[in-house]
Design a protein. Structure first.
Length: 314
């Protein structure tokens, strides 16, 4: 099998969509179809069952994928290491994160990255919510994963790494804890914990609104400077706060309840870096991360893939 044939087959086995496969590999959709047909003639069996509505691997296709994928990853990593040496991708890369689950996923990315680029020392650290962009601007980290929106001219917003439904964190004694779900309108009847520090006003307004969609005022309570403050304040009955759904997996403990919103937008966690300071190391790490996201099934499945793969959370 030629290199492009393997790449097309494995990409289609992952995407199960001819159009997306063509886009990722950088060929026409007809080239994907011709390549698959050629492979099937050579093997003497169908690799994919395809209809007008869906594409699925046959048992023989699944076997070929499972046999080829490890060797292909090894080949890609060997080529990446050679390219890294040739381009001088060495040194250290400091990466920041704002939530335990994004940090967990970044560590899984770093494992793949260091195999591909053994000359780079990746160091991952948490960034406090009270100063979300301070470490980037100070040079303490070169790359960060944090929640948009971003309206900072000196910072560049990159691709989304993780996307999560938004839920409301509250004490089990809170009246809303008896409900299976909540609405943004319910915040008018609660005290909303917010964030203090060097935090842009537009970011606060997005994540901690002062009014419901119908215009009712939302009472604001104590402002947090560290994420851990939210857990103790909620447990003490001082208020409620919106969080990502993955928080229920990472921060669950007696007395805390997580209830999904029926009408609030989800929370994205995207790469951010200082504008004009995009290095080869940084670009390579982002590429590796987005490869990992695609393997997981997209930003919506990124964190959950760690659990299903048997990688325990912090």
């Amino acid at each position: 099998m030629e290199r492009q044939e393997i790449e097309i087959f494995l990409t289609l086995a992952e995407e199960l969509h001819f159009g997306r496969t063509a886009e990722r590999v950088g060929v026409s959709q007809s080239r994907v179809s011709q390549t698959v047909a050629r492979l099937e003639r050579r093997i003497g069996a169908r690799l994919f069952d395809r209809t007008s509505r869906q594409v699925a691997l046959t048992p023989i296709g699944e076997q070929l994928r499972d046999d080829l994928a490890p060797a292909w990853r090894g080949l890609e990593e060997a080529v990446a290491r050679a390219m890294a040496a040739g381009r001088g991708i060495t040194g250290s890369l400091r990466v920041g994160f704002s939530g335990a689950f994004t940090g967990h996923f970044l560590h899984s990315v770093a494992e793949v990255f260091t195999r591909r680029y053994p000359g780079v020392d990746v160091r991952i650290r948490q960034v406090q919510i009270s100063d979300p962009y301070g470490p980037l601007r100070a040079g303490d980290v070169e790359l960060q994963v944090t929640e948009p929106p971003l309206a900072e001219p000196d910072l560049t917003l990159g691709p989304v790494l993780v996307s999560q439904p938004r839920v409301l964190l509250m004490s089990s004694a809170h009246p809303l804890a008896r409900h299976g779900s909540v609405s943004v309108e319910d915040l008018a009847e609660s005290t909303l914990l917010t964030v203090a520090g060097n935090v842009p006003a537009h970011w606060l307004d997005h994540h901690f609104p002062r009014r419901t969609p119908s215009g009712r005022p939302i009472p604001h309570g104590q402002a947090m400077t560290h994420w851990e403050d939210a857990l103790s304040l909620v447990l003490a009955g001082k208020g409620v706060t919106p969080v990502a759904a993955a928080g229920a997996h990472y921060y669950s403990r007696p007395g805390l309840v997580f209830r999904p919103f029926t009408d609030a937008p989800g929370i994205d966690y995207a790469f951010v870096w200082p504008t004009g300071h995009e290095t080869a190391r940084l670009r390579a790490f982002v590429r590796t991360a987005m490869d990992r996201v695609r393997e997981a099934g997209g930003p919506e499945r990124a964190v959950e893939s760690l659990w299903t793969d048997g990688i325990t959370g912090a």
